[in-house]
Design a protein around this ligand. Structure first.
Ligand code: ADP
Ligand code: MG
Length: 261
C-alpha cells in the first residue's frame, strides 16, 4: 500500500513543484516505487518531469472525470528511465482548469482522486501530489486522497501568516472528509543561511512546530531552477549540486518518517 502525500501551500512560487518532482526523483533514486500526480493545470510538474503536456493523450483530467483509470493514464519519461531514476506520472494539461467547473455538479466530487488512486495503491511505495496554488476543488481532491501534507515554505517574515489558512483547511478536511490526514511536515526551501532573517524564522519554525519541521533544509540553488527547462528534476539534471543532494537527503528522511506513520 502506497503512502500518499500532497505537496501543498496556497501561495504560488513557494517551491511546491520543485519539491514534488525532486522528491519523486530522489525517492526513485533510493529504490522506491513512485507515482507523481500533477494536480495543477499549469502542468509544471509534468513538463519538469520530461513530459510534454500538449502531447498527453490522457491525463489526470480524464481520471477525475472517470473516463480513464490511473493505469490507463499514467506515463513514464524516457529521459528519467535512461537516467535510472524513473517514476510514473499522471500528467496535467490545460483542460484540467475546466475540471473544477465540471466536477461541481457531480457526486462524490471531492473524492474522485481518492477512488482512482485506490486502484493503483499496490503498485507504489509513494504517491506524491503536486497541488495548485489555491484551496480549490482540485486541492480538496488531493487532500481527501492523502495520508499527509508536505508544506514547502520560505523562511520569510510572512511565512507563518500564510500557514493559518492552510492549517484551517487541513483541520476541516480532517474533521469532515479524511480522518487520515495530517501535516507531515514543514519543509524549509530556497534557504539562504547568509540572510539573518531566514535563520531567525527557521529557528522560530523549529521552536514552534518541533518535529513537524523536517530536518532537511533545501538551499537556494540555481541548478534546481535551471533543471525544468531541460525537462528534468534537479536530482537528475545535476546530481552533485547542493540542491540535488538536499533532495536526496529529504527522500531518505521521508523513507524513515513513513516507518513511524
Ligand atoms: P510553486 O510550485 O509553489 O509555484 P516552484 O517550485 O515552481 O513553486 O518554484 C518557483 C520558482 O522558484 C521556480 O522558478 C523554481 O525554479 C524556483 N525554485 C524553487 N526552489 C528553488 C531552490 N531551492 N533554489 C532556487 N530556485 C528555486
Ligand atoms: Mg507549482
Amino acid at each position: 500500500m502506497a503512502k500518499i502525500f500532497c505537496v501543498a501551500n496556497q501561495k504560488g512560487g513557494v517551491g511546491k513543484t520543485t519539491t514534488t518532482v525532486n522528491l519523486a526523483a530522489g525517492l526513485a533514486k533510493v529504490g522506491q516505487r513512485v507515482l507523481m500526480v500533477d494536480l495543477d493545470p499549469q502542468g509544471n510538474a509534468t513538463m519538469g518531469s520530461g513530459i510534454d503536456k500538449r502531447q498527453l493523450e490522457m491525463s489526470i483530467y480524464d481520471v477525475l472525470l472517470e473516463s480513464a483509470s490511473v493505469a490507463e493514464a499514467r506515463v513514464t519519461s524516457p529521459k528519467l528511465v535512461a537516467a535510472d531514476c524513473s517514476y510514473d506520472i499522471l500528467g496535467a494539461s490545460r483542460e484540467l482548469a475546466g475540471a473544477e467547473v465540471e466536477l461541481v455538479g457531480l457526486e462524490r466530487r471531492e473524492k474522485r482522486l481518492k477512488m482512482a488512486l485506490e486502484q493503483a495503491t499496490n503498485d507504489y511505495d509513494f504517491i506524491l501530489i503536486d497541488c495548485p496554488p489555491s484551496l480549490s476543488m482540485l486541492t480538496l481532491n488531493g487532500l481527501c486522497s492523502a495520508h499527509g501534507v508536505i508544506v514547502p515554505m520560505q523562511c520569510e517574515y510572512f511565512a507563518l501568516e500564510g500557514l493559518t489558512d492552510l492549517v484551517n483547511t487541513i483541520k476541516q478536511v480532517h474533521a469532515n472528509l479524511n480522518k487520515d490526514l495530517a501535516i507531515i511536515g514543514l519543509l524549509r526551501v530556497m534557504f539562504d543561511p547568509r540572510i539573518t532573517l531566514q535563520q531567525q524564522v527557521s529557528e522560530q519554525l523549529s521552536q514552534h512546530f518541533g518535529d513537524k519541521v523536517f530536518n532537511t533544509v533545501i538551499p537556494r540553488n540555481v541548478r534546481l531552477a535551471e533543471a525544468p527547462s531541460y525537462g528534468l528534476p534537479g536530482v537528475v539534471f545535476d546530481p552533485s549540486s547542493r540542491g540535488a543532494q538536499a533532495f536526496i537527503s529529504f527522500a531518505e528522511e521521508m523513507v524513515e518518517r513513513i516507518k513511524k506513520l
